[in-house]
Design a protein around this ligand. Structure first.
Ligand SMILES: [Zn+2]
Length: 497
């Protein structure tokens, strides 16, 4: 354990330059596994989606999944990579209880996609992140350690293995080292992972759910003094939320600076990130490539994607997130600042879906960035988990526009939606929140208010329209705030003119 005093982040970035690199694993959403026909449904009973191939039984032979290869090429194309015209799978040899073959079929020196980039927007500025490679491999099974406090193997009394995940196609996307970011390194790391997630989601090849592990990130961080060689890097494994990506870079920068300040050296190792404390702790010393005894997989034929097929896939790529956002910004007539606040709130897709459900972009933006963002912040949840759907927001807005709800009543209905009471129309009916638009009822309330305030009524008759507030207030009170104040005002003035 390090007992060094942590410097502040500003002190770190005034003395050191960080270099970061990210390795992201994405589970593809194919129907079947990478090298066999087993299904890939999430959450099935343990060891029910297995066969001799993914259990590594002697004599079984793998066959590559075309859909997975296609998905990987599309990811490579979306990341501006070159696609290999010929490449091979390789065996990565190591023992792991959840990997029954004792090797993983991966790609080593012949990845499917190489040398691309992803442009990432950070505070309105574009940062280009180089992509070293995108390759295809198979996932391992899952070990479950029972009896310990942490779920880790230390302290466990027994371990169980589930091979359902063994052999699910996994794409690994590796960035080139990114120097020169200074204090922005944590933020850029997070923005990169967010953008990568959005690109992959747009391609429709994975559900990219970080919290379910279908997208996970290893974050490499090193520090060096300005003008000196890059420092020794550490690799923080399996970081599984955007916020944690940012925090893990930051905490590793602070930790390494403290070690270096005290004259120590950084050990090349993997580290674990702890959500609760935001710290990393030492894992195992990092293997080098030679430890894995890579060699070309002899049971599989080489991959040689037809250039014409690759061209076809390239031409059919969907609109990617950055272009998509630029189009929405124009369609919604937003300023840079407006668009930025929508992005920061994570509201782009929610607003888009609310508009698709019939609301105007302005109204959709008002709800999601107003009441709903406040509620999400107060509850400490993401906006998409706040408890209202785009369809409900669109319905609420249409009730306002048709005059059935005032803004004030609409906010009460929204409270009902967030409390899980149903759709806006149901809540309006159940809570009796509809605007009183029955002219008979309104006229009676107005007559009553005028009779109770004869002096005020005389002033209005004499042309003092500002005095109408007293009568309107009385009517609103009688109708429990459910009359439209503007309508009441018009009716009062018409009556007393
Ligand atoms: Zn199988």
């Amino acid at each position: 354990m390090s007992t060094h005093v942590l410097p502040t982040f500003d002190e770190v970035t005034s003395r050191y330059e960080p270099v970061i690199g990210l390795e992201t694993h994405v589970e593809l959403g194919t129907q079947t596994k990478m090298f066999c026909g087993c299904p890939t449904v999430f959450g099935a009973d343990p060891n029910t989606q297995v066969c001799p191939v993914c259990l590594g039984l002697p004599g079984s032979l793998p066959v590559a999944n075309r859909a997975a290869i296609e998905a990987t090429i599309r990811i490579g194309l979306a990341l501006n990579c070159s696609i290999a015209t010929w490449c091979r799978f390789a065996r990565k040899n190591y023992f792991y209880p959840d990997m029954p073959k004792n090797f993983q079929i991966s790609q080593y020196d012949e990845p499917l996609c190489t040398d691309g980039y992803l442009d990432v927007e950070v505070d309105g500025e574009l940062v280009r992140i180089g992509i070293e490679r995108v390759h295809l491999e198979e996932d391992t099974g899952k070990s479950l350690h029972v009896g310990g406090a942490t779920g880790r193997i230390h302290g466990a009394t027994e371990s169980l293995v589930d091979y359902n995940r063994a052999g699910i196609p996994l794409v690994e996307i590796v960035t080139k080292p990114v120097p020169g970011l200074g204090a922005r390194a944590p933020e850029v790391a997070k923005a990169y992972v967010a953008e990568l997630r959005d690109v992959i989601r747009a391609l429709g090849v994975s559900d990219v759910r970080m919290e379910q592990g279908s997208m996970r990130c290893d974050v490499n961080t090193s520090l060096n003094k300005p003008g000196e060689e890059w420092g020794t890097r550490t690799e923080t494994k399996n970081v599984n939320s955007l916020r944690s990506v940012e925090r893990s870079v930051r905490s590793e920068m602070l930790r390494q600076a403290a070690v270096l300040d005290a004259g120590g050296t950084i050990t090349q190792e993997t580290r674990h990130f702890h959500e609760d404390t935001g710290d990393t702790t030492s894992g195992r010393s990092k293997e080098t490539a030679t430890d894995y005894r890579y060699f070309p997989e002899p049971d599989l034929v080489p991959l040689a994607p037809e250039p014409a097929w690759v061209e076809q896939l390239k031409a059919a790529l969907p609109e990617l997130p950055r272009a998509h956002r630029a189009r929405l910004k124009a369609e919604w007539s937003l300023s840079d600042l407006d668009m930025q606040s929508i992005l920061n709130a994570g509201a782009v897709e929610l607003i888009e879906r609310t508009v698709a459900a019939g609301a105007s972009p302005e109204a959709a933006r008002k709800w999601w960035l107003g009441e709903l963002s406040r509620k999400a912040n107060a509850d400490g949840v993401e906006l998409e988990s706040v408890g209202a759907t785009p369809a409900q927001v669109a319905q609420l807005q249409s009730l306002v526009e048709s005059g059935k709800l005032t803004d004030k009543l609409a906010r009460q209905v929204l409270e009902g939606v967030l409390a899980g009471e149903g759709d806006p129309e149901q809540i309006m009916a159940a809570r009796g929140l509809e605007v009183v638009s029955d002219t008979g009822a309104l006229t009676a309330a107005i007559d009553e208010a005028i009779a109770a305030n004869p002096a005020v009524a005389d002033k209005i008759r004499a042309g003092n329209h500002a005095a109408a507030g007293v009568i309107i207030g009385a009517v609103m009170k009688t109708t429990k705030g459910q009359a439209d104040a503007k309508t009441v005002r018009e009716l009062v003035l018409a009556r007393l003119s």
